[in-house]
Design a protein around this ligand. Structure first.
Ligand code: ADP
Ligand code: MG
Length: 739
């Protein structure tokens, strides 16, 4: 059978033996085209390599045997009307009965003389021909002439994600048949030189091994998805995205003119004179990196990563002041009102001292106030605007926008970044800041079009925060410690989770807790902060906490980002098991920002949690269910008890945000770390960002090399690569046409 259209555009429905009904089921697994079927690699492999002689079997053993069907019979039991198919299987050493219930079609499958591989648990056979019995074993028919199923001995059996109505075994058969009909149409897109360099097989060599491994393969490596064959597929995926990103970056930098900010150092000097501290060397370094970019005539696209409290705001300030000195406006966008207000309040005095006009723009402002702000921006009377998403609205216009800074970037999508940028006729420079450390691999993919600066140093005097886990029954011990800190004049946060499905209950818990603290901790002043408060009330409470008119702040997760109160030393987190690692880390970052030792107490209901050690394996924690991830609902890994235990154990042990982020990636997978929606834009079929770190670096390097030599990808050996690249990423990344 010859297919004229390429595999990626041939619907699976037209493959032999599939049809519309199965095609619908396959679509649930993400298999829409014939190409998808080839790339649907097994999630697991069963080792059925060791074949035992039938005479050695004993009841209770889990075994694989291989033999020829001697006879096959079907009957219906008189009492329960079960259909029973019985076969007798013989090898050189003996014979064994096997029975299968309610699968009448098996009578056709198990013809006499057919060779089968059976896997199951041996039981005693009271009245059969043989002493032993296999009840409902897994079976494979072995002797289709010439098929890869043929050959001596046992097998490694591919196990696929299933969906209701489509078993792994059926999938095996469908995919096998697709191999028979379409394998010759597989297209190789990796140039030979590239494959040789990394020792990768061709696609046509790799796929058969992944779908029906031969017995010489290592089951262990297969199951870890790290065979050269797996790597071949993963590399292709990673390379394509890295090339697309490199291309996009190249476009952005060259497409529209950027601004070369001139760098008179008077402003910077004045700024330095105002700041009450000197910069850390990490801050100095990243400011130089940013200034370098800003001085170029092409536009800046830089990611600034740095743990909570490392001092990113000051760095942003330097960039804004530079833009201002060159006569351009800056916009600083933060994801929440709390955070944007905080930025505004902390920056405003500095701008005032520098004679730079700075305004705040957020939702819910009075119409008059908002209109005045908009006019000031459009006329150029104001040089800096700090705000939320409100900045993205169409009626916000700038006189001369030169610099866009986006804080907590991962909360915004790539598109939002683009909207702000489009508010200028030229390409403003863009600086993206994130306090949520992102694992290197994720940063290289999600932010692949950005250059990265890292602040890896804290302002002097910052002591690591002490983190302790407590079971709920020991709450009174925690309260004692809390009281001690309050008595010493410090302030504290008590944070309750607030998760949508149980929002009401959660809110109630926080409100009641605030009441209890008021009673038990009198005369300390207790405040309550949650999302249902009006933004005025929120502001009031936060201002009171900031000014030490509140000692203990009970809050739902609104304090997650932003609040900067140096006198706060305790972060007490209730129901800690319900928080993710990134969130916990953010919360912990709220304390220990001043001179005093910070404490983070986590109260949980998980029972005893062992001390974390590096040997605790990670991947076993990933959800093991056999269903395809497409079908999985809520983040099951988050709710599993053992995962939660591990998460807290790790959190208590590690202070470094980047290490935690790596851990988070291993536990939850990229989809949850990045946000399922965002991940959906770049999800891979084989590559795994938690595992394929080295492969990703290689792909990134190769992508840049290839584009350097052949920017339009018009060398003959790059044509297939270019086709696939444009097909997969052209539209998503708005690459237009090349070459
Ligand atoms: P981030 O946004 O990275 O979490 P911030 O910019 O809010 O951190 O800085 C945290 C705190 O550290 C702020 O109170 C800030 O004033 C202070 N800070 C920043 N840089 C320094 C420095 N070089 N020396 C002393 N304190 C600093
Ligand atoms: Mg910050």
């Amino acid at each position: 059978m010859v297919s004229l259209s390429p595999l990626w555009s041939t619907p699976i429905q037209y493959a032999k033996g599939v049809g519309p009904r199965r095609a619908r089921l396959l679509a649930k697994l993400g298999i829409v085209t014939i190409e998808d079927a080839f790339w649907f690699v097994p999630w697991r492999y069963d080792d059925r390599l060791e074949v035992l002689p039938i005479q050695n079997l004993l009841p209770g053993m889990k075994v694989t045997i291989r033999g020829t069907i001697e006879y096959c019979r079907m009957r219906t039991t008189s009492r329960r009307r079960l259909v029973v198919v019985t076969i007798a299987v013989r090898d050189e050493t003996g014979v064994i009965d096997c029975i299968f219930f309610n699968q009448p079609y098996l009578e056709q499958t198990f013809a006499e003389g057919v060779t089968v591989l059976l896997t199951g648990t041996v039981s005693h056979n009271p009245k059969g021909l043989s002493q032993n019995l296999l009840k409902g074993p897994e079976y494979e028919i072995l002797d289709k002439a010439g098929s890869p199923l043929d050959g001596p001995g046992g097998r490694i059996v591919a196990v696929y994600h299933e969906t209701h109505g489509l078993s792994s075994k059926q999938l095996r058969r469908i995919i096998q048949s697709i191999f028979e009909h379409y394998a010759q149409h597989l297209q190789e897109i990796l140039p030979g030189r590239m494959r040789e360099r990394f020792g990768l097989p061709t696609l046509s060599e790799a796929l058969p091994i992944l779908h029906s491994p031969n017995p010489s393969q290592s089951v262990v490596l297969l199951n870890q998805h790290v065979t050269p064959e797996h790597q071949r597929l993963a590399f292709e995926e990673l390379l394509l995205l890295q090339m697309a990103l490199a291309m996009k970056r190249h476009r952005q930098v060259t497409a529209a003119p950027g601004i070369a900010f001139s760098q008179p150092d008077t402003m910077e000097k004045r700024l330095k004179a105002i700041l009450p501290f000197s910069l850390t060397s990490a801050q100095e370094r990243v400011i130089r990196e940013i200034f370098h970019d800003m001085g170029q005539p092409t536009c800046m696209n830089r990611l600034l990563q740095g743990d909570v409290g490392c001092g990113k705001t000051i760095v942003a300030l330097h960039a804004m002041v530079l833009a201002c000195g060159a006569g351009y406006q800056s916009a600083l966008m933060a994801p929440t009102e709390v955070l944007s207000e905080q930025h505004y309040l902390s920056l405003k005095p500095i701008y005032d001292a520098l004679n730079i006009s700075c305004v705040l723009l957020k939702g819910g402002q009075a119409a008059g106030e908002r209109a005045a702000t908009l006019v000031a921006l459009q006329s150029g009377d104001t040089q800096v605007v700090v705000g939320t998403h409100a900045l993205l609205q169409p009626d916000v216009h700038f006189a001369k926008l030169g610099l866009v800074i986006v804080d907590e970037q991962h909360k915004f999508g790539v598109l939002q970044r683009a909207i702000l940028r489009d508010k200028a006729p030229w390409q403003p420079d863009v600086l993206v800041m994130t306090a949520t450390p992102i694992p290197r691999t994720l940063a290289m993919t999600w932010y692949g079009d950005l250059d990265v600066s890292v602040i890896d140093e804290f302002p002097p005097g910052k002591k690591p925060i002490q983190t302790k886990l407590y079971e709920e029954k020991n709450r009174s011990r925690v309260h004692q410690l809390l009281r001690k800190e309050l008595e010493a004049g410090r302030q504290a946060y008590v944070v309750y989770p607030l998760v949508e499905p149980s929002e009401k209950v959660d809110l109630q818990a926080a409100i009641e807790a605030a009441e209890q603290f008021r009673e038990q901790f009198a005369p300390f002043r207790v405040g309550l902060l949650h999302g249902r408060l009006s933004s005025r009330d929120k502001q009031l409470v936060m201002a009171q906490f900031q000014q030490q008119q509140i000692d203990l702040l009970v809050a739902t997760t609104v304090v997650e980002v932003g609040l900067d109160v140096h006198n706060a030393t305790v972060m007490l987190i209730e129901h800690a098991e319900r928080f993710g690692l990134a969130q916990l880390h953010q919360l912990r970052g709220r304390v220990g920002r001043g001179l005093h030792q910070g404490h983070c107490f986590l109260i949980h209901s998980l029972g005893r949690i062992p001390v974390f050690n590096e040997q605790m394996t990670l991947r076993v924690e990933r959800p093991k269910d056999a269903r395809h991830p497409n079908e999985r609902g809520a983040p099951s890994a988050m709710t599993s008890r053992s995962t939660a235990k591990r998460r807290l154990a790790v959190f208590a042990q590690l202070n470094d945000g980047f290490a935690l982020a790596e851990e988070d990636l291993h536990i939850r997978g990229p989809g949850q770390v990045l946000g399922v929606q965002q991940w959906g834009e770049i999800a891979f079929r084989v590559a795994d960002l938690a595992r394929d770190v080295d492969l990703l670096s290689k792909a990134r390097q190769v992508a840049r090399e290839v584009l350097q030599d052949d920017p339009t990808l018009s060398f003959p050996e790059h044509l297939a690569l270019k086709d696939t690249l444009m097909r997969k990423w052209g539209e998503k990344l708005n690459l237009g046409s090349i070459g």
